[in-house]
Design a protein around this ligand. Structure first.
Ligand code: DOR
Ligand code: ZN
Length: 348
């Protein structure tokens, strides 16, 4: 296959940041994706519908001229999120979900949820009004091994939540383990999962290949090859519950190449191309459209996009760095070959 045309995709999990950083990264996403679920973990988290509306306006204001892109917003759940705020979110036409960050699990999660029972009122409201729960699925206690945090979260948090709120729509975000894939498969259609390009393409060896590789450090951290194989099988299968969410998470180069480096892989510059490589590896390139463009909207109850993008087999190399406000941003696969590229002249 030398070219592949697919319905315009959406990114169901994306970090855009704010200010100059937002302006630096947004064009990459808007070039490929028609819509994206924009994560609310700003330095001052997006905990209310009013804050989400203001952030949405800043995103729209940062779009390059002529770009057609719709930010889909999500609220950052805290111990104090009320049922009223959830109903207000559902009544808006731009908030599609609310995000559970266990406090301390990842970047800007300090205001996150300290015990799952604290958000039962919010979850009850979400279940009854049909707002999607997006989950960062890792336990945080320091005695749990970092590679076991996702698996432990399934038993300790996710199972109790799903059993208590059986009609709640849940997206287990950026799943990284075979156990998570098996868990999603074992549940009803209202439990889905997103998958990132880095977790489909790499196992944890990549983080230590020839020395420590801070630009491949993200959370949840890369796992074993045995896990990667399960993720690739799930993404490329016909199961409608697995869909695209890049978790593209830009941090300035100096914040990653640091004695205490930030978590996050920036992949928005080449997202669909990277997924194409993974699907091709699995011999399942024709399934890319379902994963990237159809199953996400279906899960969220939205229509698929009408336009198309076309990928061509034509090698290119991302640069060593992109500008990122006053700083630099090192993209995934900097200076390395990527097999597919988007032919912008065939975007409709
Ligand atoms: O690697 C990550 N980076 N994982 C997250 O959960 C958050 C993200 C970020 O915001 O940088
Ligand atoms: Zn994320």
């Amino acid at each position: 296959m030398t070219s592949l045309t697919l319905r315009r995709p959406d990114d169901w999990h994306l970090h855009l940041r704010d200010g100059d950083s937002l302006r630096a990264v947004l064009p990459f996403t808007a070039r490929q994706f028609a819509r994206a679920v924009v994560m609310p973990n700003l330095k001052s988290p997006v905990t209310t519908v009013d804050a989400a509306a203001a952030y949405r306006e800043r995103i729209l204001g940062a779009l390059p001229a002529g770009a057609a892109f719709e930010p889909l917003m999500t609220l950052y759940l805290t111990d104090a999120t009320s049922g009223d705020e959830i109903r207000k979110a559902k009544a808006s036409d731009f908030v599609v979900g609310a995000k559970l960050y266990p406090a301390g699990a990842t970047t800007n999660s300090d205001s996150g949820v300290t015990a799952i029972s604290r958000i039962y009122p919010a979850l009850e409201a979400m279940e009854s009004c049909g707002l999607v729960l997006q989950v960062h699925g890792e336990v945080t206690s320091p005695d749990v091994d970092v590679f076991d945090r996702e698996t432990r979260f399934i038993d300790e948090v996710l199972v109790p939540v799903i059993e208590r709120f059986p009609r709640l729509k849940v997206v287990f975000e950026h799943v990284t383990t075979r156990a998570a894939v098996e868990f999603v498969r074992s549940r009803r259609e209202n439990v889905g999962a997103t998958l990132t390009p880095q977790h489909l393409l790499l196992n944890r060896n990549a983080m230590f290949q020839g020395g420590i590789r801070p630009h491949l450090y993200c959370l949840p951290v890369l796992k074993r090859e045995h896990d990667r194989q399960a993720l690739l099988e799930a993404a490329t299968s016909d199961d409608p519950r697995f869909f695209l969410g890049t978790d593209s998470a830009p941090h300035a180069r100096h914040a990653k190449e640091n004695a205490c480096g930030c978590a996050g892989v920036f992949s928005a510059h080449a997202a669909i191309e990277l997924y194409a490589e993974a699907f091709e590896q699995a011999g399942r390139l024709p399934q890319l459209e379902a994963f990237a463009s159809l199953r996400g909207p279906d899960f969220y109850g939205l229509k698929p996009n009408t336009g198309t993008i076309t990928l061509v087999r034509d090698q290119w190399q991302p640069p060593a760095v992109y500008r990122f406000g006053d700083a630099e941003l090192v993209p995934f696969r900097a200076g390395e070959a990527i097999a597919w590229r988007i032919d912008d002249s065939r975007t409709s």
